[in-house]
Design a protein around this ligand. Structure first.
Ligand SMILES: Nc1ncnc2c1ncn2[C@@H]1O[C@H](COP(=O)(O)OP(=O)(O)OP(=O)(O)O)[C@@H](O)[C@H]1O
Ligand SMILES: [Mg+2]
Length: 495
């Protein structure tokens, strides 16, 4: 009995740190702040008491050298003076998580900035965490619907898949994320607006997300004018919130805008801390951090985080280092084309350049055939577009090209979609069925993988059904067997 009593006190005493760790500012140079003490660990949160500045400035320990502590601030550093006190808080960055976060807008610390009340919680998640154990990750076998026809139909994504949205500036990355957030079938959206323009935040919430979208979303905002550490930590906090919902068994959609700004923030910090720049002015650690951050989404043994990450590609150069690194890490890329945007073809997804590495695993057998036929028509049209446009192609010279021209308009209409025009999986697949003439069975119009598996096994016993005999000859210009073979090889190449 007595031991239990004592144990309680011993534990409490062990947890308490009786020495307040205080240091003094010795140097402030650009982003980097140095102090003599306090005793702290890397990543520990400190408070700088700056009576002549903002009062309290939040900072994080980024380096240690003998008695010197190197700090970087989350807030503006104006008004810090030599000799100002630095207090170590004894913990690394954590975020309060609970279902109260739904419908809320938060800053880089996970504190609300929307004046809708408190979100405190007894449950705290570390902002910096490791990715789930690779052996415990569930395989990705179920489809997630984004509500965007070009994606759901031709670039099917799985629950827990991570895709990049790449384009130059102003081609529609953020708008596409908004469309997905509003229309997806995911349980929860976590939207990370990292380093983007401040004015876009309200636009995103009111225009793109709308009321119904916001109700099941958590938004973390660190605008471009926030200090780089704040931008960086916003990315980690958003990911930690997504991890919390995944741990609750939910299918989470993490919409991240943008990885490029995250990398730039990382670069600014690295250079301020004296790291040598490597690729395009970014220190090597940037690429390592990017990899760690992106690995945290995906499936775990409990739920899934499907990640859509936007990447700004300078001058549409897909080989620039950030784009190249991200492409290597993710399970697919969606490329937005300026040419399409200029033609007011929105969302400006360049389907033939884009790829979802898991679409084969998550879509039904007949759906894949239909998608293959549409892609093939698009490829034939794209290859001959110049000839067709200058009138150098004569109808009847090639049955395949004739078919591609005939189907072109219908396919364009399928791909063009208004921001506020949701499309359920059933609607998307029905249009594909109309375009190709192939009957897509109802069992395939589902996110549910078990139903898909049943549909696939049933399919093998049957043949593909066409809506009518005329449709059959319409779809396969020459020889249906040949066309199907080429579709199969197209898919195996893509896979
Ligand atoms: N689906 C759409 N429908 C109509 N217009 C669109 C659509 N998508 C984008 N636009 C137009 O393109 C503009 C830029 O879009 P958006 O801000 O989404 O691009 P971005 O790629 O995120 O740009 P940045 O790289 O500067 O962040 C919008 O203001 C809008 O005029
Ligand atoms: Mg944008």
């Amino acid at each position: 009995m007595e031991t239990t009593l004592f144990e309680k006190y011993i534990k409490n005493t062990e947890r308490t740190d009786p020495i307040k760790c205080v240091g003094k500012i010795t140097k402030v140079q650009g982003l980097l702040i140095e102090s003599h003490g306090p005793q702290a660990i890397i990543g520990e949160i400190c408070r700088i008491i700056a009576p002549k500045g903002a009062g309290i400035i939040r900072a994080e320990v980024v380096g240690l050298r003998n008695e010197t502590v190197q700090l970087m601030a989350y807030d503006e550093t104006d008004g810090i003076e030599i000799g100002d006190k630095v207090i170590a808080l004894g913990s690394r960055l954590e975020v309060a998580v609970s279902d109260k976060l739904l419908g809320r807008v938060l800053d880089a610390f996970g504190n609300p900035i929307d004046e809708k009340g408190d979100v405190s919680s007894a449950c705290m998640y570390p902002a910096l965490a490791n990715a789930p154990d690779p052996l415990k990750r569930k395989r990705i076998t179920e489809r997630i619907t984004t509500g965007v026809r070009a994606i759901d139909g031709l670039l099917a994504a799985g629950k827990g898949q991570r895709l990049g949205i790449f384009s130059g500036s102003g081609v529609g990355k953020s708008t596409l994320l908004g469309m997905i957030a509003r229309n997806t079938t995911a349980d929860v959206n976590v939207v990370a607006l990292i380093g983007e323009r401040g004015r876009e935040v309200n636009d995103f919430i009111e225009k793109d997300l709308g009321k119904e979208g916001l109700a099941r979303s958590v938004i973390v905002v660190t605008p471009g004018n926030a200090p780089p550490l704040s931008r960086l930590r916003g990315a980690y906090v958003a990911t930690a919130i997504a991890e919390y919902f995944r741990d609750q068994g939910k299918d989470v959609m993490l919409l991240f805008d943008s990885v490029t700004r995250f990398a730039r923030a990382m670069g600014e910090i690295g250079i301020a801390a004296g790291e040598p720049p490597a690729k395009r002015g970014l220190p090597p650690r940037t690429f390592d951090s990017m990899q760690k951050l992106l690995e945290r989404s995906g499936t775990s043994d409990k739920g899934s985080i499907t990640g859509f990450y936007t990447i700004l590609v300078d001058g549409d150069d897909m080989d620039e280092p950030v784009a190249d690194t991200v492409r290597g890490i993710l399970d697919g890329h969606i490329i937005l084309s300026r040419d399409l945007a200029e033609k007011y073809h929105y969302p400006a997804i360049d389907v033939l350049q884009s790829i979802s590495r898991l679409s084969n695993d998550v879509s039904g057998y007949v759906t894949k055939e239909a998608a293959g036929i549409i892609r093939r028509n698009m490829a034939v049209y794209a290859k001959n577009e110049k000839l067709i446009n200058v009138g150098a192609y004569h109808h009847g010279s090639n049955a395949e090209i004739d078919k591609a021209i005939e189907k072109h308009q219908e396919i364009e209409q399928f791909l063009i979609q208004n921001i506020d025009e949701p499309s359920t999986l059933e609607e998307t697949l029905n249009i594909m069925s109309d375009i190709t003439g192939i009957e897509i069975p109802e069992e395939e119009m589902t996110d549910n993988n078990e139903k898909l598996a049943v549909a696939a096994s049933q399919f093998r016993k049957k043949e593909i059904k066409f809506k009518s005999k005329e449709k059959e000859s319409e779809v396969f210009a020459e020889n249906s067997a040949m066309a199907l073979n080429s579709v199969a090889s197209l898919f195996s190449n893509l896979g």
